[in-house]
Design a protein around this ligand. Sequence first.
Ligand code: 5GP
Ligand code: ZN
Length: 114
Amino acid sequence: MSDCVFCKIVAGKIPAKLLHEDEFVVAFADLNPQAPTHLLVIPRQHIETLNETGPEDSSLIGRMVAVATSLAKARGVDQSGYRCVLNCNADGGQSVFHIHLHLLAGRKLAWPPG
Ligand code: 5GP
Ligand code: ZN
């Protein structure tokens, strides 16, 4: 998608602090961090929302979670704790329509979310 900011990051057309890259997913620091650790894990493939995923995407989504877990361990927040979030559409707070997993850590996160 030519007008998608995350597709542009995947293509290297806009800069991002890349933390992981493989054949299927890319991880980078969020531009506007909401916690001391705030990373995004995205598929290379443009998928607008979770509603466009199905059982055929379970390995891709599982890989996104596995990369987040491994980044949490690499940053030493696995024992203190972290949160993985996938927002969907307006009520879920989604603002970029290319699915992404937020990894948030480094402070006590409130629950329930606002
Ligand atoms: P959402 O609200 O869709 O769940 O999350 C989108 C996230 O993408 C936000 O946390 C926002 O700060 C981040 N974001 C938006 N544009 C960019 C960008 O150009 N670069 C990076 N690194 N993060 C971005
Ligand atoms: Zn995209």
